[in-house]
Design a protein around this ligand. Sequence first.
Ligand SMILES: NC(=O)c1ccc[n+]([C@@H]2O[C@H](COP(=O)([O-])OP(=O)(O)OC[C@H]3O[C@@H](n4cnc5c(N)ncnc54)[C@H](OP(=O)(O)O)[C@@H]3O)[C@@H](O)[C@H]2O)c1
Length: 286
Amino acid sequence: MPSIGEPPAGRDDLPPLDLLLPAPRRIDPDPREDELAALYADGPPARGSSTVRANMVASIDGAAWGPDRRSGSINDDADWRVFRVLRALADVVLVGAGTARAERYTTLGRPRGLEHLHEAPLELAVVTRTGLVPEHLTGAQRPPFVITGRTGARIVRERGLPEDRLLVTDGDTSDGGGSAGSEPDVDLAAGLAALAGRGLRRVLTEGGPSLLGDLLRADLVDELCVTTTPGIVGPGPGRIVAGAAPSGPSVGPPRGARLTHLLHSPHARPGAPAGTTLARWLLPIG
Ligand SMILES: NC(=O)c1ccc[n+]([C@@H]2O[C@H](COP(=O)([O-])OP(=O)(O)OC[C@H]3O[C@@H](n4cnc5c(N)ncnc54)[C@H](OP(=O)(O)O)[C@@H]3O)[C@@H](O)[C@H]2O)c1
């Protein structure tokens, strides 16, 4: 199974998906994926300069990664179908540096066969405090945008990142927010605004859990697409959101979300469990 950063090229053995909600119908595999793309095309109205869609996968028991510490060991072909379409519709994929490292991200391209859904090149943006972005990315011919603070900026410059790909934000740590780490926090809203200023307004975040936690804490997520694959990983892995509670050990009440559609995959490869569900949630409600 390819890593999360390397979606497979157009394949002809992907499973059908049953749309359960709002109105049941089957969405057969289609090299162009026009029907599936239409389901995901219209996002919520932009609240800021961009819309942020998160796409995450978890096992039934909530594991965000499998025994190899990568999500490729918990996803499946149904997830790949939607994963490719979401990449095809985005201007930019936003990931934390932990995911870029763990999932071995490389420079992104539009998923092959889906280029008609969006003609512009698919950009990658990596968020980091430390600046420890893999050098195969910082030194690539088309490197990612790197959203970071001043310390991180120094490190990614040393790693060969061109100045026009560097988005330095002034992080605010006064509320104690953000994930643990010795480097100052990065201002994610400013990072998104900087991407929007470059025309990258349709943001697809593929995590990981720490970045998603920080984006949710800052109320910057408009939409959450969650795939639940039919497996139980057991104790160990974290869930799709990580990080400390906003203040002390307490957590606030759950925030509402609205389900816009639910897909179900009735087929799996021989011997593999079937029953993957793929939900699209808009948040916050109201
Ligand atoms: N289930 C899924 O859908 C899914 C999706 C993606 C990843 N994963 C899995 O999740 C695991 C990685 O988890 P993770 O929580 O470490 O991933 P992550 O959020 O991608 O990485 C954490 C790192 O990203 C940077 N970062 C995140 N939020 C930041 C912020 N607000 N400001 C500045 N930098 C920020 C920091 O990088 P620096 O250390 O460089 O400062 C931080 O250490 C892997 O096992 C991966 O396979 C699962």
